[in-house]
Design a binder for this molecule. Structure first.
Ligand SMILES: Nc1ncnc2c1ncn2[C@@H]1O[C@H](COP(=O)(O)OP(=O)(O)OP(=O)(O)O)[C@@H](O)[C@H]1O
Length: 602
């Protein structure tokens, strides 16, 4: 089996034959997976479509019957004939209406259930994917998959599918009726199938690429918008408004051009079908007229034939409309199925190993790491962090400090070598257990919408309010929380807009304190704190660090003072390792950093 394509080559609109086959087959598999749970409802819907359309198709037949049989019978005084054909007509009309309503309801239930399933799958799956994927794919694209693509699919499933099924069945039944009434007229009608087929093929080949392009451009429109608004502070700070307007305008213009081209194509398909339909009816009329003059065709049959022929072309136009949304939805399904085909690069272990008595010893052996396919950041790296040790990591920007933290949190896996926590390889520990043992607090200190208490309780969802408050007290956050409008119940908006950056960090400290992990990582986590609050936090930190392994990545050397050991990282290697005092005495890189920091305080 060929390797899944996933989202690679997602922006390519001219797929090769093999790629096209692969993409189509994965879209179809996804659709089949979604439809499977709706099997029973699907069978019922098909039955309803068949019976309601049979009733609908019977109506012109009954008219033929009325003209050619009922009227002569009534003329001879046989009024029961009128009752029979009139009654049959009313029953068929009611049956067609009632079953149609039922069938629309069933079709809506199927499509809504499939969409709900797909929406949840996309959300769950995207959350499960590794950080590496998110860094490359960007949130704008994910939003586009979750909104615009699913919306396109919704349009198709909501109306398209039910109309298509009904239209196809109706066309088939009507054709059968026409053949039953007069097979010669049926053959005349079949000739029309040739130009109809050619027109559809022509439309299919042109629109496929256009609709694929439409998905790519629509994703760009959404992602450009999302990225601009997410970075709105930087946009304003650097006066990027005009440049962004132009960039967005260009992309939106591309989208407009693409949409116009799609409409133009459809604008040829639909009138083309109408034209073929009208010409066919005219041909039937001429042919039937001659046959009536010959006496080989009854007038009633001729009327029924014309009514039926006219009605064959109405659903064909609907099928054309469906076909257009099908093309668009197929392109959307290609993208969504690609996203769902992606596998997390950091995998859950098949047979997870548990750490019985977690101590928090961390050992890197011969570790080699680089991001994705990028250059090697850590080459044959060895490091042992004793359980309970507080280790500060310093080094110039880009040296690899955060990388170290992200590896211990298993946001990424090593290319080779090993990383163990308490002698258990990190990739053999389940994600849930790892999140309990290792907690990372970053500079970003992301707060979710919800109250302050809820945000702190994320560290331990079973904690009581008293425990939440104790955690806040320990890190020195209690006082400012009490000053908030509703104290611990204050609602924080998504980006923590109502609290300062430093306060946000203190809340995330409290969250980590409450989680009580064996290994704590603070990645630049004290950098937003002012000196007094930093002091308050130093005290809290010391209590927090107590008996756990801690890795502190800090630019502020004040944080380093509480460390048992300092690592100086340079180019992904440890170039100095010792207690702060030793390193100062050694007069190396740390000593000069320390001296510069001391001087800056004077
Ligand atoms: N997500 C990523 N994808 C690719 N390369 C990355 C990624 N993150 C970091 N790098 C690269 O890895 C190297 C180490 O980065 P890292 O973030 O670990 O440095 P750092 O020491 O924490 O720097 P800083 O003090 O500036 O935060 C850098 O060369 C950086 O460009």
């Amino acid at each position: 089996m060929s390797k899944p394509m996933g989202v690679s080559d997602e922006d390519n609109i001219n797929l090769s034959g093999v790629q096209r086959k692969q993409v189509r087959s994965r879209s179809f598999r996804l659709l089949a997976r979604l439809a499977m749970p709706q099997k029973k409802l699907f069978i019922l819907t098909v039955a309803l479509v068949l019976v309601s359309n049979a009733a609908r198709v019977a109506l012109p037949l009954l008219i033929a019957l009325a003209i050619d049989w009922t009227l002569p019978q009534v003329r001879e005084g046989n009024w029961s004939a009128l009752g029979i054909s009139g009654g049959a007509y009313i029953i068929c009309a009611i049956l067609a209406g009632v079953l149609l309503a039922w069938y629309i309801n069933c079709a809506a239930r199927i499509s809504q259930a499939m969409l709900l399933d797909l929406r949840q799958q996309v959300f769950r799956h995207t959350q499960r994917l590794s950080l590496e994927f998110h860094e490359n794919y960007t949130s704008g694209r994910i939003i586009s998959r979750q909104t615009s693509d699913l919306e396109t699919l919704r349009e198709l499933l909501d109306q398209g599918v039910s109309e298509l099924a009904s239209s196809c069945v109706f066309v088939v039944f009507t054709l059968i009726t026409i053949f039953a009434l007069d097979w010669r007229s049926g053959l005349v009608l079949c000739i029309a199938a040739v130009p109809v087929t050619i027109l559809f093929f022509w439309y299919q080949s042109r629109s496929e690429v256009l609709y694929r392009e439409s998905r790519v451009v629509s994703a760009k429109v959404i992602s450009t918008f999302v990225e601009t608004m997410t970075g709105i502070r930087a946009v304003k700070a650097f006066r990027r408004e005009v440049a962004n307007d132009e960039n967005y305008g260009d992309i939106a213009e591309k989208y407009r051009v693409n949409s116009v081209r799609s409409f133009n194509l459809f604008g040829i398909l639909q009138p083309g079908l109408v034209l073929i339909g009208n010409l066919t009816v005219a041909a039937l009329l001429a042919y039937g007229g001659f046959r009536i003059l010959d006496g080989t065709l009854a007038v009633g049959v001729m009327v029924a034939l014309l009514l039926a022929a006219k009605r064959v072309f109405q659903p064909v136009e609907q099928i054309a409309m469906f076909y257009s949304s099908l093309q668009s939805a197929t392109a959307a399904l290609e993208k969504v199925s690609g996203l769902l085909e992606e596998e997390p690069s950091v995998k859950e272990p098949l047979k997870p190993r548990s750490i019985d008595q977690v101590k928090g010893e961390i050992v890197f052996r011969d570790a080699v790491f680089g991001y994705g396919q990028g250059p090697i950041i850590m080459d044959r790296f060895d490091l042992k962090l004793e359980a309970g040790q507080t280790v500060a990591v310093v080094g110039q920007t880009g040296a690899g400090k955060s990388t170290l933290a992200k590896l211990i949190s298993r946001f990424y896996d090593l290319r080779s070598g090993s990383l163990e926590i308490d002698s258990v390889p990190i990739q053999e520990i389940s994600n849930t257990e790892l999140r309990e043992h290792v907690v990372m607090v970053t500079q970003e200190a992301f707060l979710f919408s919800g109250s302050v208490a809820e945000n702190i309780a994320l560290g331990n969802p079973t904690a009581t309010l008293a425990e939440v408050q104790d955690a806040a007290k320990a890190v020195g956050a209690h006082e400012f929380i009490l000053e908030l409008p509703e104290g611990y119940d204050t609602d924080l908006n998504k980006r923590g807009g109502r609290v300062s950056a430093g306060q946000r960090q203190l809340i995330s400290f409290a969250r980590a304190f409450l989680a009580d992990p064996a290994v704590l990582i603070l990645d630049e986590a004290t950098s937003s704190l002012d000196i007094p609050s930093e002091r308050a936090v130093q005290r809290g930190l010391q209590q927090l660090l107590g008996n756990r392994t801690a890795l502190i990545i800090a630019h502020r050397l004040s944080t380093v003072q509480i460390a048992d050991r300092v690592l100086v990282v340079h180019d992904g290697k440890i170039i100095e390792d010792g207690t702060p005092e030793q390193l100062i005495a050694d007069q190396g890189r740390f000593a000069s950093l320390h001296k510069a920091w001391k001087d800056s305080l004077v």
